[in-house]
Ligand binder design. Structure first.
Ligand SMILES: Cc1cc2nc3c(=O)[nH]c(=O)nc-3n(C[C@H](O)[C@H](O)[C@H](O)COP(=O)(O)O)c2cc1C
Length: 205
């Protein structure tokens, strides 16, 4: 029997929206048979900035027990799902800083031949969801990774409307993660596990 796919869900989240999607993806992947690590990246913002924003401070406290990702987690994984809030249409610097620590593994070719996928949250509609995911996926090409985007491979994709990855508009913190986003996250997680399982079995031959 084949060994389960090892999946790392590695995300940054200030106010908790991306964190909720990360958890949905991790839970679904576990139910789909994967061995899962749910990991946040290290915070870079000064304490004073965090303390000045109630939602940010609350989420920082609530997520204190989530382990921080290290490059070893990426090496361990057969598949990695990255998540980030958009920052001016781009990947949050905290997640980018994590990616920038992967140079050693990259130089040894150890980021290649894995499955990667991404999700994003924004404050506004058309606020940079697609540009953020495409910016994230630039790095995956450099890894030699295999991007498994959801495309329109499930009916939910015609509802959430983002073929690049699960996405959510938080409406300045006023729109909680709802069923559509959760369904999209579940579909993405199941698809990543399915394709990573096939890839892992194929590469083992
Ligand atoms: C510095 C900064 C830049 C942001 N840039 C954008 C943006 O370009 N477009 C947008 O829709 N939201 C933008 N946002 C809002 C966040 O991306 C959004 O609230 C996100 O859902 C927060 O996710 P989190 O709860 O996981 O931190 C920005 C927020 C900050 C702090």
């Amino acid at each position: 029997m084949s060994t389960p796919v090892k999946l790392a869900v590695i995300y940054y989240s200030s106010t908790g929206f991306s964190a909720e999607i990360a958890r949905e993806i991790a839970d679904t992947a576990e139910k789909a048979g994967a061995e899962v690590r749910l990991l946040k990246v290290a915070e870079l913002a000064p304490e004073a900035a965090i303390a000045s924003n109630e939602a940010w401070a609350a989420h920082a406290a609530a997520s204190a027990d989530i382990a921080e990702a290290t490059p070893d987690d990426v090496e361990w994984a057969d598949a990695v799902v990255f998540g980030t809030p958009t920052r001016f249409g781009n990947v949050a610097s905290q997640l980018k800083q994590f990616l920038d620590q992967l140079g050693g593994l990259w130089a040894q070719g150890r980021l290649a031949d894995k499955v990667y996928s991404g999700f994003v949250t924004t404050g506004t509609q058309h606020g940079g969801q697609e540009s953020t995911l495409l910016a994230l996926y630039n790095s995956i090409h450099h890894f030699g990774g295999l991007i498994v985007s959801p495309g329109y491979t499930d009916a939910v994709k015609f509802v959430d409307g983002n073929p690049y990855g699960t996405s959510h508009v938080d409406a300045q913190g006023n729109n909680p993660i709802g069923d559509t986003t959760r369904d999209a996250a579940r579909h993405q997680a199941q698809r990543v596990v399915r394709i990573a399982t096939a890839l892992k079995a194929g590469l083992a031959v």
